[in-house]
Design a protein around this ligand. Structure first.
Ligand code: ADP
Length: 586
């Protein structure tokens, strides 16, 4: 928008600006009318009045001039008649025709002057009557003059003299003077009136001129003052308008930018609308698909509800079965405990009597009897160890096993175990690689149970590894970097024996499970409880026992236990823990 061009909004703005101006610099309607037409009206009125006064003055001057001409014409007429009479008198005296020249000239002048009198008299009735009377008297005088001149020519001076002596000519002359005197008097009166009228018009014109000019000057000054204030106001308004105009320009520019931005947003909105429409179509398709799926789901839910009621029935039956199984397990554990106790008492007694006999307290024995007693003793010990295993398992499963958990030095435990298993490995020709454990490495465990687990694993390794094989124990301290309290220690018992099929790796931890029992020699016989007890013990101590194996290559049993406090020995207080009941189904 141009700064100088005023559009409708600018005019509105100008109106607003004028509203803000002080009352003194604004013009009301009357002042505007006065400013635009006041002086013109006054000048027009003045002109009309002066024109009227001048016109009247001109008329009065013409009338005065007419009066003067009338008086002059009357005097000229009297002079003409006097000149005619003078020529007549000269001729009558001299009888010389030359003296009649003024008489003839006067006759012509009298006609012209009386005509002028009539023209100047116009419609004035007084003058008309006076001129009629004057014409009659002039005719009478001219007739007396013509008669006397004719008598002088024809009869001589005496006959003319008689006529003159009749005094007719003198009377006519006196009448003429009288009429002309009246005419002049009337004209003098008119002249006086006209001069007075002329003076009056002159005064009116003068007063009107002075008053009108003064009024016009005053009004012009007033208007000048008003216009000056108005112009000042207009200048202020113009400045304010300019300021507002520049503000408007700024606003306009901003508006333009905002309009552009809005157009851009509009464009984006249109694109989004198109996208939304396509998404809506997709959604509608998905909605119809979902409806179909919902219908299918409703059908599935109904089916599931049906299955759920069936499952609920199954669950109730399973709970009942579990309760029965738990009861049976308790009964079995109680039975095993009782039976183990009942079996161990006579077995111990048998062992005692065998010892008595072997010591030959009852009398000397032959060598064959001594061999028999040794076999009886060995079988009794084997039986006792079986019974102990069963008793242990029963105790663990019934939650009656007492554990003394404390920080245990792995090195010392392995040293104890080593002393027990070394003779076995040596007898069978198996290379036993001694464990190299950090002397400060400790685990949280019951040391007897830990020893029991290790003995079981090592004796199994010895049992299922052929002569010339190799058995080793490795220690690993595993640490969970994020949670140190979950640090564990793992012990790997590795052998190069026959190995276990992968599908059997879990099965071997079940009680009374033995793989390839026929391959196991009579000296290696067990009942399949060692691993079951070992795993239960490991788990009771917050650890675990797992197996890794490859057929024909060897087996590794991995025992994990919580790590103990480094460098702290037996001084760490022991926890007394009752082993949790085994989760294994009986
Ligand atoms: P037992 O040794 O008294 O038979 P275990 O529970 O200790 O009972 O072992 C269960 C079975 O697991 C064994 O009979 C054997 O078949 C298998 N087994 C255990 N340790 C090994 C091993 N180191 N190598 C191969 N097989 C093994």
């Amino acid at each position: 928008m141009s700064k100088l061009r005023a559009g409708p909004s600018d005019r509105r703005a100008a109106g607003d600006v004028r509203e803000q101006l002080p009352a003194g610099v604004r013009m009301n309607t009357l002042q505007r009318v006065a400013a635009t037409g006041g002086i013109a009206a006054i000048v027009l009125l003045l002109g009309v009045l002066i024109f009227d006064g001048i016109s009247n003055s001109h008329e009065a001057r013409d009338a005065i001039r007419s009066s003067h001409r009338m008086i002059e014409a009357a005097q000229a007429t009297l002079q003409d008649i006097t000149n005619a009479e003078t020529g007549q008198r000269g001729y009558l005296i001299t009888h010389d025709e030359d003296y009649l020249a003024p008489y003839h000239e006067a006759l012509l002048a009298i006609t012209a002057d009386t005509s002028a009198l009539r023209r100047l008299a116009g419609a004035d009735s007084v003058h008309k009557r006076q001129l009629d009377s004057l014409s009659k008297r002039i005719d009478a005088k001219l007739s007396e003059l013509a008669v006397t001149v004719a008598l002088a020519r024809s009869g001589g001076p005496d006959s003319a003299r008689a006529e003159v002596l009749t005094n007719r000519g003198k009377v006519a002359m006196d009448d003429i003077r009288g009429v002309l005197g009246q005419l002049s008097a009337h004209q003098d009166a008119l002249l006086a009136e006209r001069i007075a009228a002329s003076d009056k018009h002159y005064r009116v014109v003068t007063v009107t001129d002075v008053a009108g000019t003064s009024g016009a000057v005053l009004l012009a000054l007033l208007l000048n003052m008003m216009l000056t204030r108005y112009a000042d106001g207009q200048a202020v308004a113009a400045r304010m308008l300019l300021a507002q105009n520049s503000e408007l320009n700024d606003a306009n520019k901003l508006l333009g930018e905002q309009t552009l931005e809005l157009e851009l947003q509009n464009h984006q909105l249109q694109e989004q609308t198109v996208e939304l429409e396509s998404q809506q179509i997709q959604l509608e398709e998905q909605a119809s698909e979902l409806e179909m799926q919902a219908e299918e789901l409703v059908a599935s839910v109904e089916e599931l509800q049906l299955q759920s009621s069936v499952a609920e029935e199954a669950r109730v039956r399973a709970e009942e079965a579990t309760a029965r199984a738990e009861d049976a397990s308790q009964a079995k554990s109680l039975f095993l405990t009782t039976m183990s106790h009942e079996l161990r008492t006579p077995l111990n007694a048998i062992g005692g009597y065998v010892d008595l006999l072997a010591m030959e307290i009852r009398g000397p024995l032959v060598e064959a009897q001594k061999d028999d007693l040794r076999r009886i003793k060995k079988s009794g010990q084997h039986l006792l160890s079986l019974i102990n295993d069963i008793l242990n398992l029963a105790k663990i499963e019934s939650g009656q096993l007492d554990l003394r958990i404390r920080d245990v030095s792995l090195a010392s435990v392995l040293e104890n175990v080593e002393a027990l298993v070394t003779p076995q490995f040596g007898a069978k020709g198996i290379k036993y690689v001694y464990p190299r454990c950090d002397a400060s490495l400790r685990v949280r465990a019951d040391s007897e149970k830990l020893q029991q687990i290790l003995l079981n694993l090592l004796s199994n390794a010895c049992k299922f590894t052929n002569s010339g094989g190799r058995v080793s124990v490795e220690c690993d301290a595993l640490s969970d970097a994020e949670a140190d309290h979950r640090a564990t220690v793992s012990l790997r018992v590795r052998d190069s024996g026959r190995g276990i099929a992968s599908e059997k790796l879990e099965e071997i931890f079940e009680p009374f499970v033995q793989i390839d029992r026929h391959l196991t020699g009579s000296s290696q016989q067990g009942v399949g409880l060692g691993l079951a007890i070992s795993r239960d013990l490991a788990r009771s101590m917050s650890g675990d026992l797992m197996a890794e194996s490859e057929l024909g290559v060897g087996t590794t049993f991995v025992l994990t236990l919580p790590r103990g406090t480094i460098g702290v020995g037996a001084g760490v207080p022991a926890e007394s823990v009752a082993a949790a009941s085994s989760q294994r189904p009986s």
